[in-house]
Design a binder for this molecule. Structure first.
Ligand code: ABU
Length: 814
């Protein structure tokens, strides 16, 4: 308490002294010199020396002009350029250490140099004060025991970033960083904080020298809210790549470090190939976060100047019209205050040392007491400087407010300030969004159920309805013409079952197109099961009845039973019944053991074409599925396939059979051909295209419609035609349909008899020729009787030549 009052009194006195005019502008005589070392990055990743070195010079001159601060001592500085390279920075440190005079403290900037310098300096008991070291890693007292900085730590940006994320409800954050301890530790701190708030770092990318792949990966991984931490030179390359990858615009929000000079992207840089306009386009709308490092009030500070006066003096020193291109210009107040902090600390330490009979100039890199005195004086230093309230935490860190700005139309607009100590964010509501509103933190993925097109569905239902109606008419026709021979001899009961089967299959078309548009998730499994039953039983009834007919015809024509007289109807029903029982058995087992369920198949996301909203559609398709569906389909397709193959064989075998009792067997055979061909095409193709809802539905429905129409047509159209052509005929029907039993065997016998007949005719013709010849010879003999040739001898020869007595030839001759 007393300590803090002392500090306040000290500051007040100091302020009054500083503000008091130097009487008569008299020459201030300070006869002793204290030398400090200065390491300035004049080029490289952060060329902050450009803006900070003049500020340091200004501060040294201002301190030296004060009689009450270090009245005996004049501060001098030996400095060199580190190019923001740790190796060169260390070399400069050694040069400072090994060259006289002894340095009492080292001022440095740029985190990567500060880290090396601060780590080495402890060996020389040297206090290091950084005006431009933001690395959170520097807040490690064990590693850097003599380190202080006026530059706030990079982690100071994270609380305000978090506030903004929360404000706009962003929970999925992506990061991209240059691989430097400074940035890695900033991102690690951000990750911890983000997790604590229930958010997530979803993408983390880093790069060493080339950001191309890291930026590309951000795009690939759908990064939207991107925190980028890198030096200014890399920032230009990152945004050039972001421009090329189109990782900017209304869907993206970039958060970058705010300590670059305002026109940092306009600096000529050969390491990227984007124009300033392109960079400006990519940068539009990005956010920056930074510590507030310029006193915000117009009031006088404790270093005898207002912030405004400081800026004017610095601008004059820099002698440039555009300070927005000078790196280190924003940090210049930190450099200026660093010198003042050092001066106050030396002043305090000198007084303390004097009590112990020691002096600051006694320092020789071994004297721990002097280092401790400077260290504790620095620790307790507190004043209102150009950069605001200067004070150091136990870790040597600077405490400061932070601000967030947005790049709107080519310039930075302050959106809000955050006081981390009071946890208070003041927001000015000046943000602008390229899309008119804050973008979401990820692409909104909307599940999109792929359903059968309504037009297709209702068209197929219409066709199915026509088919069912046609089936009903066929049933009616069968009933009303049951006494006509062409109907009565066609096994009308079996034909009715064929029609019924076709109607069931046609009805199934309605169920095939029932999807999420019409039924709920819970109703869908029922639809699946009813579909399976209807289609399977419909097929068995229609095809099975045709099969049983053709089977019976085949049995009839190949039967060896002599007493077989006609078709037994019960035989037809037995065959069909067996098939139906088999079907019911398999379907029941399937239903009980492994019932069909609704399964959603998900496809790769697609971009909707009719909206420019940041959404993607995830297509999903409802499918009927059961655990062992392949086994069940194998069983069902297996026995139905065997039935189809067997059916086609029987149809071929009985292709020319005309059976009175089954007068339409040849049409049934043709119908079987059709069904087999359509099933053989449809079954595998529908399995292959099962993820194309419209194509599958159209294909299967058309196959059902074709099978049903052809089957009913082939069975009923000839009968209808016959009845229409001969409406009055009763009991006599078309010959082609009702011929008597003629089997292929009979046909063969008939052919054989014809052949034998031909052979006999030939033999008869030969015999007749022979008879003619003999008659001719006889006539000659008769004439010879009158000329003296013996008749008996002549007859004997002829008889011998004609064959044995009693043979056909012989019989004909005689
Ligand atoms: N504001 C500049 C910080 C530079 C650095 O930490 O290296």
């Amino acid at each position: 308490m007393g300590n803090s009052r002392n500090r306040r009194d000290f500051s007040l006195v100091l302020l009054l002294l500083l503000m008091a005019p130097n009487p008569g502008g008299s020459q201030i005589i300070k006869n002793k010199t204290l030398t400090i070392g200065g390491i300035f990055p004049m080029s490289g990743s952060w060329a902050g020396g450009e803006g900070c070195q003049p500020a340091v010079q200004m501060a040294l001159s201002d301190v030296n002009n004060q009689t009450d601060i270090l009245p005996e001592y004049k501060l001098e500085m030996d400095s060199d350029d580190s190019q923001c390279k740790p190796g060169l920075g260390t070399k400069v440190l050694y040069k400072l250490l090994y060259n006289k005079p002894t340095k009492l403290l080292v001022l440095c900037g740029c985190s990567i140099v500060s880290t090396f310098v601060a780590q080495a300096a402890k060996m020389w008991k040297l206090v290091v004060l950084s005006y431009g070291g933001s690395s959170p890693a520097l807040s490690n007292r064990e590693r850097f025991p003599t380190f202080f900085r006026t530059h706030p730590s990079g982690t100071l940006h994270n609380p305000i970033r978090l506030k903004v994320f929360k404000k706009f409800n962003w929970k999925r954050i992506s990061t991209i960083q240059e691989t430097q301890e400074l940035f890695t530790s900033t991102i690690e701190d951000l990750e911890k904080r983000v997790k604590r708030e229930g958010m997530d770092i979803v993408v983390r990318q880093s790069f060493l020298t080339d950001p191309t792949n890291a930026v590309r990966n951000l795009r690939r991984q759908d990064a939207r809210i991107i925190v980028g931490v890198f030096y200014e030179d890399m920032a230009r390359r990152v945004f050039c790549q972001a421009y090329k990858e189109k990782l900017y615009g209304k869907k993206y929000v970039w958060f970058i470090i705010g300590w670059y000079p305002d026109n940092w992207y306009k600096v000529k840089d050969d390491r990227h190939n984007c124009t300033v306009e392109q960079l400006e386009e990519a940068l539009e709308g990005h956010f920056t976060t930074e510590a507030i490092i310029l006193h915000q009030e117009p009031s006088m500070t404790e270093v005898g100047m207002t912030a405004q006066q400081f800026t004017e003096r610095l601008d004059k020193m820099l002698n440039t019209s555009d300070t927005s291109l000078i790196t280190g210009y924003p940090e210049a107040p930190l450099a200026y205050d660093a010198v003042w902090a050092m001066a106050f600390a030396f002043h305090k330490a000198a007084a303390k040392l004097e009590e112990r009979g020691m002096k600051l100039e006694d320092f020789d890199y071994n004297n721990e007491e002097i280092t401790d005195a400077i260290y504790s004086a620095m620790n307790s230093t507190k004043f209102l400087g150009i950069s605001g309230n200067v004070a150091f935490t136990a870790k040597g860190d600077r405490i400061a407010w932070t601000q967030v700005e947005q790049f709107i139309n080519g310039s930075y607009v302050k959106l809000g300030v955050y006081d981390a100590v009071a946890d208070n964010l003041t927001w000015y509501n000046k943000e602008k969004w390229l899309g008119g509103r804050p973008p979401p933190d990820h692409t909104r993925v909307i599940d999109h159920l792929r359903v059968v097109s309504r037009t297709l569905y209702f068209s197929m239902c219409g066709l199915a309805a026509v088919g069912i109606l046609a089936g009903l008419l066929c049933l009616l026709f069968n009933y009303s013409n049951r006494h006509r021979q062409c109907v009565a001899f066609s096994q009308p009961a079996i034909n009715n079952l064929t029609v019924l089967g076709c109607m069931l299959c046609l009805g199934c078309i309605v169920l095939l197109g029932l999807d999420g548009k019409f039924v709920t998730e819970h109703q869908y499994p029922v639809v699946c099961q009813v579909r399976a039953w209807l289609l399977s039983l419909g097929f068995t009834l229609s095809y099975g009845s045709m099969f049983s007919k053709i089977w019976t015809v085949h049995q009839m024509t190949t039967s060896r039973k002599k007493d077989r007289t006609g078709v037994q109807v019960w035989e037809l029903f037995v065959v069909l019944g067996m098939l139906v029982v088999l079907d019911i058995g398999v379907l029941t087992a399937w239903q009980v053991l492994d019932p069909l369920q609704r399964r959603l198949e998900t496809f790769s996301r697609i971009q909707p074409t009719n909206t420019d909203e940041d959404i993607e559609l995830r297509p999903q398709l409802e499918l009927c599925h059961s655990e062992n569906i392949t086994v069940w389909l194998g069983v069902v397709f297996g026995y139905k396939g065997i039935l189809l193959i067997f059916g086609i064989f029987l149809a071929y075998e009985t292709r020319s059979v005309k059976l009175k009792q089954v007068n339409d067997s040849r049409f049934v055979g043709m119908s079987i051909y059709n069904v087999v061909v359509l099933c053989v095409i449809t079954a595998p193709i529908s399995l292959i295209i099962s993820n194309q809802e419209n194509a599958t539905f159209a294909f299967v429905s058309l196959a059902i419609v074709l099978c049903s129409f052809l089957s009913m047509g082939l069975i009923f159209v000839p009968k209808i035609k016959e009845i229409l052509q001969h409406p009055q005929r009763d009991g006599q029907e078309v010959k082609s349909l009702t011929d008597s039993l003629v089997s292929r065997e009979e046909e063969e016998r008939h052919q054989k008899m014809l052949y034998e007949n031909e052979q006999l005719k030939k033999q008869i013709a030969e015999m007749e020729d022979r008879v003619k010849e003999l008659n001719h010879k006889l006539q000659e003999k008769t004439q010879n009787l009158h000329t003296g040739v013996p008749v008996a001898e002549s007859l004997e020869c002829s008889a011998y030549n004609m064959g044995a007595p009693g043979s056909v030839q012989g019989w004909i001759i005689w």
